[in-house]
Structures are given as structure tokens and as C-alpha cells.
Write a protein that binds this ligand. Structure first.
Ligand code: N01
Length: 536
């Protein structure tokens, strides 16, 4: 008798998708073991804990809706949940669903090899232990592999430095320090807003000027929570029928239907409302129509000009790429921060970084001295963390090779890829994932995986696998969706072009079709005998 532990399913990661998968698969009667590399729950919220971090999806929509009673038991304090409250929520979910007993922390899965003869996955853990599982369910997170750009001299820096995505558990103290922030995406913008009044000097190194609209954070009172809780069954259905997966995040109106004055009023109302309104709920053609896009972009540029008092700083902050082709950034007080005497802006297009020195950062123009350098430089997105696991399917083929190191990622619905039977990706490439309300997308994704596994168990099938035709059709569909928009015109982590050393994808790794289209497709597949999947 082998002393290798045997499970029905192994889940990699105890972020929200891993937690819900553990719950759903366990409720099918399977034995499930989850391995988590961190020492706590929460995935991305465990690793990102920088000052100012909050979720930019409204908290009441960033809550599991699969069990209305569970939904009603949790109380968010603010419109946008701060990171530590989201960690508390992850722990609440784990406790309520009694998940902890099947999660092993501080355990990194390093390999997973499919054994065709035994219809099993051999899963290798750091330290050498191996376990076996019939189903292998990686949920390592699409924004989990920190991108620390190679900068000559970093090893010589005598101060402290951190990356937002690998933040220390003990919060560093920045009071009175000279701080550099490199990067102005969601993480950088939140950091800049939180730190500018705490540090003595804050210097922002900006590679691309972004469109940043206000989040409009505010406390949530009982009546605001009740408005959601009392209606959660209806709101769940509204989320299911929407593109983004949250109420109030879409519109059927074209920007061409309004006069310039009306458009300005619509943009202003969205600017005042905050959250996703500006990008998603103003007009439906911002990402497909040149004029509509330019009207939105101009509105933000005019805001920058009216807020930022120094014209030279305002000029550097003006974005020029197509609005919405990088993930829209929401932050309160971002442009206002640059009116402070202690906040400085370096536009890297005009003044590139040459090296990190012992005392700070040397650009082409001068050396800046810092006590702290903060990298808000994003992630090797979507495939980065997945590729850290040596995953081998049929005939020993690695996932990395099959997907040509990210150049040609092919999945069926973001869930499976042919040649890797009984492997189910959660929030994987070409699933709604980072392009939709995250927890809602998780529910749809995991419920579908659970349906396939339930069907395989019912049929007594040892293996289930996507057909090659199905994954070609789905990934080509994802690419076609992207080509209908402006998204491919801009270098971003959506297009896999944020990291210079990474090969450029030929097939996009994100899915832009929205929750409704995705969920309808999954229902149709189930109704048609799981077409596109082979049960063996
Ligand atoms: O990362 P990013 P992020 N030298 O890739 C710059 C989620 N999130 O961590 O635009 C100098 O967006 C880079 O410049 P450029 C959310 O999905 C959510 O901010 O590529 N600069 C950019 O300015 C978000 O979209 C929340 O030219 C370099 C920045 O670094 C995603 O995570 C909060 C550089 C990276 O921006 C990623 O956001 C935070 C270099 N070599 C994050 N390399 C919520 O609120 C990169 N940059 C839920």
C-alpha cells in the first residue's frame, strides 16, 4: 500500500476562487485538499497590503452571492472594502463553511504531472512530498506574480524597497521619509493617494500617464447595506445578466446620441458618482468608436488641467493612449496630490531611469535620493503564477510548451486545455476573471467546473478533457472580441505587453465578452450534453 496521500481533488491556492472551489467540490462528496503558499487565506489580498489598498469594485458586489444567508451575515464598513477587511471576509467565509481543515498553508505546489495509465495527477510540493489526485485544480490567481523590473544597481540601494504585490506583513513606517513610487497603475495611484501626506517627499516615476477617475470612497451605513441585502436574490440575477457582473455598470447608449453639452453632463455625473461609472456606465461605444473614445479622454484631460495647478506637471500627467485600453484606475485625490509641495513627478519618457544607486535613483537628468523605493510595477499577469508550476499533461508536454510560453494560450472557456485531462483552471486565461466583478466571476467559473466534475462522476468517467476544436473556437473568439475594441492598440498587462522581456501573445489571454455572454454559453454547453468536452 502506497503511503502517498490520495485525494479526489487538489486545489492550488486559498484565494477566493480556491476557497469557493474547495466548498463546491467538497459538497459533491469529494475529498479535497487545498495547498496555499502563504501563511494565511485571501490570495491577492494576503500578499498586497500596501497603504491605501482597497478594492475598486463596490464591496456589496465584491461578496459571494451563492448563499443569500451567508451574504446577509457579513457587514462591510465602506463603499470600497479596505484590504484588511477583505482578508477578514475571506477568513469569515472559511470559518462559516468550515474550510480550514482542508487547507494546508505555507505549502507551495511546484509540479503536477498527469499519469495517463492511472488517470491521476502526481502533485509535487516544495520540500519533496508528492500527493496524488484525480482532479487538479490550479487557482493561483491572475495577478499574483510580482513584476520587479530589472533595474541595474538595485542590490546597491542602502534604503528599504518593496513591491506592492509582496508587501511585508509588518507595515513599514514611512512617516517623514523620502519615498519613490515607480508605477502609476491601480496600485501606484492608491499608494500615492495614501502616502503623500505621510512622507516628507514623494517622487512619482511615471512611465505612462493614466486616466484616473475618482473612486468616491465613503462609509456604508446600515440602510445602504440593507438596500443590497434585502434584494440580493434580485441583484444576483441582475449581476448574472450584466456584462461586468455588478449592478449599474452598463448602458445601451451611444455617445453619438448626445450633444456635446449632454455628454459633458453624463461624464460629469459619472465622475461624481465614482466606482466603475465613468468607464462602464456612460456610453457603450467608448472602446469601439474613435470619437466616443476621444470625448471621454478629453473630459479627463480637461479635469487634469483644471485640478493640477502647475501647467508643466499637468502636461506630464496628460494621458494620450485610447481611454479604457488599460484597466481604468479609480482613486480619490490623485491629481490633487500633485499640487502638494512635497510631491514630485518624473515622466520616464522624457527622463528615463538609468540605475538605482546606493542613495536613490539616477535618471538621465539627475540623481534623486530616497530612503524608500516602492515598486508599483504590476504583475506578470494571467499566466505568470501558473507557469511557476511545472505542469505536464499527456506525453509529458508542459503547459508552458503547449502555450508557447504565453504566445499562444488556448483554453476552452478559460477552464480547460486539451492534453491536460482532469485539470481545471480557475479564473484562468480567457475566463471573465480580471475583466469582470471578481467574486461573481469566480462563482460562475467554479460552478461550471463543479458541474463538469459532477457529470464525470455520474458517468463513471475516469477522465474529462476539452476537445482541441472547442479550445480553438473559444480562444479565437476571445481574440476576435479584443480585435473589435481598441484594447490591442495599447501596451498593457491585458495584452501581455507590460513586461519588456515577455514574448508578446498572438492570442489574447483575457476574455472581454462579459458575464452574461459567458454564463449563457456555459448554460448552453451543459444543456447540450457538455459539448466541447470528452468524457473518457
Ligand atoms: O499594475 P499595472 P498594478 N519602469 O500593471 C509601470 C489589480 N489591482 O499593480 O503603464 C517604470 O496596472 C506601468 O507603466 P505602463 C487591478 O486589476 C486592483 O497597478 O506599463 N514603470 C504602470 O504604471 C489592476 O489593474 C486593485 O507604461 C513601470 C505600473 O507600473 C492590476 O491589479 C488595486 C515599469 C503597473 O501598473 C494591476 O495593477 C491594485 C518599468 N520597468 C491592483 N514596469 C483594486 O482596487 C511597469 N511600470 C481591486
Amino acid at each position: 500500500m502506497s503511503d502517498i496521500k490520495q485525494y479526489d481533488a487538489v486545489v492550488v491556492g486559498a484565494g477566493f476562487s480556491g476557497l469557493y472551489a474547495l466548498h463546491r467540490l467538497r459538497s459533491l462528496g469529494l475529498s479535497v485538499q487545498t495547498y496555499e503558499r502563504g501563511s494565511g487565506l485571501g490570495g491577492t489580498w494576503f500578499w498586497n497590503r500596501y497603504p491605501g489598498l482597497q478594492c475598486d469594485t463596490e464591496a456589496m458586489a465584491y461578496t459571494f452571492t451563492f448563499d443569500p444567508a451567508l451574504y446577509r451575515r457579513w457587514n462591510w464598513s465602506k463603499r470600497f472594502a479596505p484590504w484588511h477587511e477583505i482578508l477578514d471576509y475571506a477568513n469569515f467565509v472559511a470559518d462559516e463553511l468550515d474550510l480550514r481543515r482542508d487547507i494546508q498553508f505555507d505549502t507551495t505546489v511546484v509540479s503536477a504531472q498527469f499519469d495517463e495509465d492511472r488517470a491521476l495527477w502526481h502533485i509535487g510540493l516544495e520540500g519533496g512530498e508528492q500527493v496524488d489526485a484525480r482532479y487538479f485544480v490550479p487557482a493561483p490567481g491572475p495577478l499574483n506574480a510580482a513584476n520587479i523590473p530589472p533595474m541595474p544597481g538595485l542590490e546597491n540601494f542602502s534604503g528599504e524597497w518593496y513591491h506592492t504585490g509582496e508587501w511585508p506583513i509588518e507595515q513599514p513606517d514611512f512617516a517623514g521619509k523620502r519615498v519613490a513610487v515607480i508605477g502609476t497603475g491601480s496600485s501606484g495611484a492608491q499608494l500615492i493617494c495614501a502616502l503623500n501626506s505621510v512622507v516628507s517627499e514623494l517622487t512619482v516615476f511615471q512611465r505612462t500617464a493614466q486616466y484616473i477617475t475618482p473612486a468616491r470612497q465613503r462609509p456604508l451605513d446600515e440602510s445602504a447595506r440593507a438596500a443590497w441585502k434585502d434584494n440580493i436574490e434580485r441583484l444576483h440575477e441582475e449581476m448574472r445578466q450584466s456584462a461586468f457582473g455588478a449592478p449599474g455598470t452598463s448602458t445601451a447608449r451611444s455617445a453619438h446620441e448626445d450633444t456635446p453639452e449632454q455628454r459633458d453632463a453624463v461624464f460629469q455625473a459619472a465622475w461624481d458618482h465614482g466606482a466603475q461609472a465613468f468607464a462602464l456606465a456612460t456610453y457603450n461605444d467608448l472602446n469601439t468608436d474613435e470619437e466616443a473614445n476621444s470625448w471621454a479622454a478629453d473630459f479627463v484631460r480637461r479635469k487634469i488641467a483644471s485640478i493640477v495647478t502647475d501647467p508643466e506637471t499637468a502636461r506630464k500627467l496628460m494621458p494620450s493612449y485610447h481611454f479604457g485600453t488599460k484597466r481604468p484606475v479609480k482613486a480619490d485625490g490623485y491629481y490633487e496630490a500633485f499640487n502638494r509641495d512635497n510631491v514630485h513627478l518624473v515622466a520616464l519618457g522624457e527622463e528615463p531611469i538609468v540605475e538605482i544607486t546606493e542613495n536613490g535613483i539616477r535618471t538621465s537628468e539627475q540623481e534623486y535620493e530616497f530612503d524608500v523605493i516602492l515598486f508599483a510595477t504590476g504583475f506578470d499577469a494571467v499566466t505568470g503564477q501558473l507557469f511557476k508550476i511545472d505542469i505536464r499533461g499527456r506525453d509529458g508536454q508542459t503547459l508552458k510548451d503547449k502555450w508557447r510560453n504565453g504566445v499562444e494560450v488556448r483554453t476552452n472557456l478559460g477552464v480547460t486545455t486539451s492534453g491536460f485531462p482532469n485539470m481545471f483552471l480557475l479564473q484562468g486565461p480567457q475566463a471573465p476573471s480580471i475583466m469582470a466583478s471578481y467574486l461573481f466571476g469566480i462563482q460562475i467559473n467554479v460552478d461550471f467546473v463543479a458541474s463538469i466534475i459532477e457529470e464525470a462522476e455520474k458517468r463513471g468517467a475516469g477522465l474529462v478533457e476539452s476537445t482541441r476544436a472547442a479550445e480553438l473556437a473559444w480562444s479565437d473568439f476571445c481574440q476576435a472580441l479584443a480585435e473589435r475594441t481598441f484594447v490591442l492598440k495599447t501596451e498593457s498587462f491585458w495584452t501581455g505587453a507590460n513586461i519588456a522581456s515577455k514574448p508578446r501573445p498572438e492570442i489574447i489571454t483575457i476574455y472581454m465578452g462579459g458575464i452574461k455572454v459567458y454564463a449563457d454559453r456555459l448554460e448552453d454547453i451543459i444543456a447540450h450534453d457538455f459539448k466541447g468536452f470528452r468524457f473518457i
